[in-house]
Design a protein around this ligand. Structure first.
Ligand SMILES: N[C@@H](CCC(=O)N[C@@H](CS)C(=O)NCC(=O)O)C(=O)O
Length: 233
């Protein structure tokens, strides 16, 4: 807020960086955005290596020059630092708070890699990853049953964590010509995603335009395929 010095090292093309941007925007916090080029083959920025030597990954938030890394950790920091500004991202009740952290962690640990790697693999390997993604995402979907948002009536921590990734998966699957996320396999997630992104939705207009993102991944698809298989294949 006024007097705060907030800088985000990120990339417009990163869903993890986007989680932080959505959190800051919902809270109404002004920030400077350093849009780093994380395309495959590009050297890492010295600023990133300086502030996140442990993981060497974006996003990194600098608050008065103090670095914080890891998107979920940053989101929690944003919620605490600007408590009282905009909506609370995490529930106040300790048990509900713990549950929100649990589901965000489960999504990160069990859903992201099989969803993402389904896009960059083929044959039996891809089939196995798709089955794993479907099984784990169905568990997450169970959490949405009878609710508008993961957080209940208002958008919260888990919604932000999940929407950024699923939006990317939805766009990138189009760019690479693979289908891993659809309303037949994941009806609750697709319904929830449509509500959030559509006219009047809580993140409508906050995420990068679909066409821009699709073109970026389409243009870099061979580089991403090689890099993802080298890292996780
Ligand atoms: N667990 C991390 C993941 C961050 C991450 O994977 N960042 C990617 C961009 S999407 C990155 O920095 N990639 C650059 C690289 O690995 O060289 C978080 O939640 O912040």
């Amino acid at each position: 807020m006024a007097g705060d010095d907030v800088k985000l090292l990120g990339s417009w093309a990163s869903p993890f960086s986007e989680r932080v941007q959505v959190g800051l925007k919902l809270k109404g916090v002004s920030y400077n955005f350093a849009d780093l080029d994380i395309s495959p083959g590009k050297p890492k920025s010295p600023e990133l290596l300086l502030y996140n030597p442990a993981y060497k990954k974006i996003p990194v938030l600098l608050h008065h020059g103090q670095p914080i890394a890891e998107s979920l950790v940053i989101l929690e920091f944003v919620d605490d630092q600007w408590a009282g500004e905009g909506p609370s991202l995490l529930p106040k009740d300790p048990y509900q708070r713990a549950l929100a952290r649990f589901w965000a962690k489960f999504f990160d640990d069990k859903c992201i890699l099989p969803l993402w790697m389904s896009l960059w693999t083929e044959g039996e390997k891809q089939k196995g990853l798709m089955a794993e993604a479907k099984a784990n995402l169905s568990i997450i979907e169970g959490e949405l049953e009878g609710k508008k948002f993961f957080g209940g009536e208002e958008i919260g921590f888990v919604d932000i964590a999940v929407i950024c990734i699923l939006y990317w998966i939805d766009v990138v699957q189009e760019a690479v010509g693979v289908s891993v996320l659809d309303s037949e396999r994941h009806p609750a997630a697709c319904r929830w995603m449509k509500d959030l992104l559509g006219a009047g939705g809580a993140v409508n207009g906050l995420l990068p335009p679909r066409e821009k993102l699709r073109a970026y991944f389409e243009g870099n698809k061979e580089g991403f395929r090689a890099r993802m298989n080298a890292l996780y294949g």
